[in-house]
Design a protein around this ligand. Structure first.
Ligand code: HEC
Length: 194
């Protein structure tokens, strides 16, 4: 009788242990906690309007709309930019110009192109670790430590996000479908129009 009771205890102990393992394994992937971080990241990305510059548009009679099939994939690499009239930008001209998608921006800094924020490994942020992303937003430097990030990317405003908020934004971006779109490097002012 004694042995039977001990065996029953052992079995239920093993069941509890296995359920704990199962719980740990599932929460390491996509548990309710991770889902809520992704949801918060999505909310922040919409409130902070990363889409206005990083998502190409479709053009409707009511005006431009976000092209959800290319969500956050950056300046479309096949988009041909119109020529920029000489001397149109500067103290006597306009402060800056932008394309129809609002993904390419010309100003005294040259031409900058909104980058691909989807997790594509070659053309997006697929291989970026979170500290590179957080470093870029906090320091205004490419991948946290490279060349200065050009206007109009509002990194100074976003550098005031908390660590938790940046983590949520990054987690959401990493959860998006990867879209291959090689965004061009910025063009410095002196080679513009050549
Ligand atoms: C007003 C337009 C605009 C908005 C809004 C905007 N971006 Fe950008 N972003 C850009 C442009 C343009 C670049 C490219 C700048 C460059 O090449 O130096 C860029 C670059 C980046 C980069 C690349 C940084 C690097 O290391 O090279 C990241 C990451 C980024 N943006 C994230 C975001 C996120 C996240 C949001 C919203 C919270 C956002 N951006 C909102 C225009 C914008």
């Amino acid at each position: 009788m004694r042995t039977v009771i001990r065996e029953t205890h052992n079995v239920s102990g093993a069941v509890v242990f296995l359920s704990c393992l199962l719980l740990l394994a599932t929460s390491a992937h996509s548990g309710p906690e991770e889902d809520s971080v992704v949801k918060e990241g999505e909310r922040l990305v919409h409130v902070l309007d990363c889409n206005i510059c990083h998502t190409p548009k479709t053009f409707t009679p009511e005006g431009p709309r976000l092209d959800m099939s290319r969500l956050l994939s950056g300046h479309p690499s096949n988009d041909k930019l119109p020529e920029i009239p000489a001397a149109s930008i500067g103290p006597a001209g306009w402060g800056g110009l932008f394309n129809n998608h609002l993904t390419a921006w010309a100003g005294p800094w040259g031409i900058s192109f909104a980058t691909n924020l989807t997790p594509d490994e070659e053309t997006g942020i697929g291989l970026w670790a979170e500290d590179l992303f957080a470093g870029a937003i906090r320091n205004g430097k490419h991948m946290g430590a490279g060349r200065p990030i050009l206007p109009p990317m509002p990194w100074e405003a976003y550098s005031r996000l908390s660590d938790e908020e940046l983590h949520a934004v990054f987690t959401y971006l990493k959860s998006l479908p990867a879209i291959r779109n090689p965004v061009p490097d910025p063009i410095p002012p002196e080679t513009e129009g050549e």
